[in-house]
Design a protein around this ligand. Sequence first.
Ligand code: FES
Length: 281
Amino acid sequence: MYKIVEKKDLAPNIVSMDILAPRVANSAQPGQFVIVIVDEAGERIPLTICNYDKEKGTVNIVIQAMGSSTKKIAALNEGDYLKDFVGPLGRPSDYVNADIEEVKKQRVLFVAGGVGAAPVYPQARWFHEHGIGVDVIIGAKTKELIILEDEMREVAANVYIATDDGSYGFNGMVTGLMEELIVNQGKEYDLVVAIGPMIMMKFVCLLTKKLGIKTIVSLNPIMVDGTGMCGACRVTVGNETKFACVDGPEFDGHLVDFDEALKRLAQYREEELELAKRGEE
Ligand code: FES
């Protein structure tokens, strides 16, 4: 059993929870995820790791209450327990094990859509801890759905906000703000890391391909059980078939067949779709 030691509301239907899980906290790295099982009857829910504190032994997760299981998790309170909390799973982001001197030369832009800000945060923090300032775009439909802005400002060199309805920051999609920064203002990046809804990542990749900027995406939204068994996260990357939960979740976005992955997502029944999206809209 894994205790919820802190719970915070981040936005309507979006909560943040610190879970006491010292072994997971101790080995967690940016890019990885956990599988949460709420109770005996609960399904396996893959959730990205938002933060981890090795000293306290806690792991922070962000949950958007959409399907029945995520609603059940979000309804729990401090002092309650999760039946299972398995991880860290998935491969850490490439830069974690790369030559740090090479990583330091990269000018990096993170693009976070909706609760995609949660998995972006530990990555921006990792760069900050290694003395590298990164830029971050956080996008959401409205101002009230922008999450982790203050936390991101503490670890990023620049944070830019975009809302679809113009209620805060740039008025429009994250791709519009990227064009504003890169094309109009002349900002230069060597790497873009995009994490958010599949459709957002697809359009970020179309833009960065045009601009010639290497792009990494995290295919968390298509994971269902996170075990490598259900096949829901099967995706074509280049000419190869990959499983997001085992081979990823991060891939070269310019090689991902988004249309095929989006088609498969659409085939799932409503509840499975909610699980697959896992609150990343
Ligand atoms: Fe089921 Fe990857 S999420 S196989």
